[in-house]
Design a protein around this ligand. Structure first.
Ligand SMILES: [Zn+2]
Length: 142
């Protein structure tokens, strides 16, 4: 890809609908993508989905727990992340140390006309004053 979407990332206007479906971008994932700590594990999960959708590789990397984070994150900027459905969230609230978020993320690939769903149970940890993504178990249910 020549236009560098993955490296730069797009930023919607504050009143545009957030890509995660959680409301206006400026009230939803916008502040977290701009560096504010997420209040809950679910909020961090939503911001990571939105980061994938917008091509913000740095937020994906920075929100990963240091013990499990890859050395670098390279997003596939051809993939379109269309929709996020939160199935359940356990713990992950202010004052908790850990949290679990189960979600289904829907994607399509305009290059191949393929589409699918990523069903994952993600684990989160609160450390150093912030929520971090630890790891996840993927269910194959395309
Ligand atoms: Zn959002």
């Amino acid at each position: 890809m020549s236009f560098g979407v993955a490296a730069q990332g797009r930023t919607p206007s504050a009143d545009a609908p957030c890509l995660c479906g959680g409301g206006a971008y400026g009230d939803c994932c916008g502040p977290v993508l701009a560096g504010a700590p997420a209040a809950t594990a679910e909020q961090l999960m939503r911001s990571r989905f939105t980061a994938f959708a917008l091509g913000h590789a740095r937020h994906v990397r920075d929100s990963w727990h240091p013990s499990t984070a890859p050395a670098s994150v390279d997003l596939d900027d051809g993939l379109r992340w269309d929709r996020l459905d939160i199935v359940r969230a356990d713990e992950g609230r202010p004052g908790d140390r850990r949290g679990v978020v189960e979600f289904v993320a829907s994607w399509r690939d305009p290059r191949t006309a393929e589409s699918g769903r990523l069903h994952e149970v993600s684990r989160f940890r609160f450390a150093l004053g912030r929520w971090y993504y630890l790891d996840g178990e993927v269910d194959a249910d395309r």
